[in-house]
Every structure is written in C-alpha cells, then in structure tokens.
Design a binder for this molecule. Structure first.
Ligand SMILES: [Zn+2]
Length: 71
C-alpha cells in the first residue's frame, strides 16, 4: 500500500515550523480548521509532501498537503 511513500523526518524541521504545522490543520471529520494534530508523520508521495497526524478533537486522520511554496 505505502511503497510509493518516502518517509521524511518531521522533527528535522524547526520548532516554529513544527508548531505551525501542528496547529494549522483541516479536519474532514470535524469540518473545522486549526483544531491541531498529534503524532505527526511526514512523507513524500508522488512529488507532494504530506504531514499526517491525528485530529486533537476526534482523533481522525488529518492530512496537510504542502505545496512547493511551503518547502
Ligand atoms: Zn477532527
């Protein structure tokens, strides 16, 4: 399933960046922005970087997709 994913080291980002990504989220389940996420994992998939974590409110998977501008 995940063979196309390339794991990246989220913790290698600056503390500021990590905090921003952890706070600026969109949860499909809650239909609400910036609830925050926990247990972040970062990976590259088909040329796009994703940060995946669990919604702080409902624990559903939340995904942040990084555009080139965010690299
Ligand atoms: Zn949620």
């Amino acid at each position: 399933m995940h063979e196309d994913r390339v794991e990246r080291d989220f913790s290698a980002r600056s503390e500021e960046e990590q905090q921003a990504f952890l706070q600026e989220t969109w949860c499909d389940n809650c239909q609400e922005a910036n609830l925050g996420m926990k247990n972040p994992r970062e990976y590259l998939y088909k040329g796009v970087i994703f940060i995946e974590g669990e919604c702080n409110r409902c624990a559903s998977v939340v995904l942040t997709e990084l555009t080139d501008d965010d690299f």
